[in-house]
Design a protein around this ligand. Structure first.
Ligand code: DX5
Ligand code: ZN
Length: 233
């Protein structure tokens, strides 16, 4: 995947119909999703449980864009290989999930997949300063991880601005996850984010039988974000 900083919308299938993932993934892609964001939760690092490697493997054939796997699990290292084999294109681990984030990122890179590092709202940017060169993406959480539909935490905007300056011209994506809407997308896009995860804001009001609503929602978020960055062809 060639690197670019154009706005990418990554719907989180945490807000999809859990009895119908294949059709939901096909619907959001047909309606303009750039990436498919898969939230993996373990009931330990976060107070919710979602997808093991067999579930992610079952999603894979339905994804024709890019499968972005956000691991909210601790420990994380023992499961990296399994999520890589399940077909993730990018694997993102939390800096708070273990004492050795450098080793975790090396382990992700060793699988040949792209590597992301994520920071919770309370975690300072300095915690990733020395691992940035191992990263293809930094995920700034704008909610505490665990659930969809939470309120955007505004301190993530200034954090994004500082991260963008820290990255300079290195080819590292900035992803925002949590509470992204047409109101908050322009704030983080202006601060330098290029990958916007959205669960509730994409799936609200739609269904596989009313997929045009997904398209309307995706276009609205993209337009709001591009309004401040200028459209990148
Ligand atoms: C939260 C997850 C998010 C979540 C976003 O722990 O990482 O991806 O699904 O949901 P919304 O967009 O509804 O805040
Ligand atoms: Zn996520």
């Amino acid at each position: 995947m060639p690197f670019d900083r154009s706005i990418k919308i990554a719907p989180s299938i945490l807000s999809a119909d859990f009895a119908n993932f294949g059709a939901e993934i096909r619907a959001i892609e047909a309606e303009g999703a750039d990436w498919v964001h898969v939230d993996v939760m373990d009931g330990h690092f976060v107070p919710n449980l979602t997808f093991g490697p067999p579930a992610v493997k079952a999603f894979r054939p339905h994804v024709t864009t890019f499968m972005d796997v956000h691991l909210m699990i601790a420990p994380v290292d023992p499961y990296i290989e399994a999520y890589a084999e399940a077909g993730a294109d990018m694997i993102t681990a939390h800096v708070e999930a273990g004492p050795h984030i450098h080793r975790t990122l090396q382990a992700i890179k060793a699988t040949g997949k792209m590597a992301g590092v994520s920071l919770n709202p309370g975690t300072p940017l300095e915690s990733i300063e020395h691992v940035l060169d191992l990263c293809d993406m930094v995920l700034i959480m704008t909610v505490n991880p665990g659930f969809g539909g939470q309120k955007f935490i505004h301190s993530g905007v200034e954090k994004t601005r500082r991260l963008r300056a820290m990255i300079g011209d290195r080819p590292i994506h900035i992803q925002i996850d949590g509470g992204v809407t047409t109101e908050t997308a322009p704030l983080v896009a202006a601060a330098g984010a290029d990958v916007l995860v959205a669960g509730s804001a994409v799936f609200k009001g739609g269904s596989v039988d009313k997929a045009s609503v997904y398209g309307d929602n995706i276009r609205a978020i993209r337009a709001a974000a591009e309004g401040v960055t200028g459209k990148v062809a």
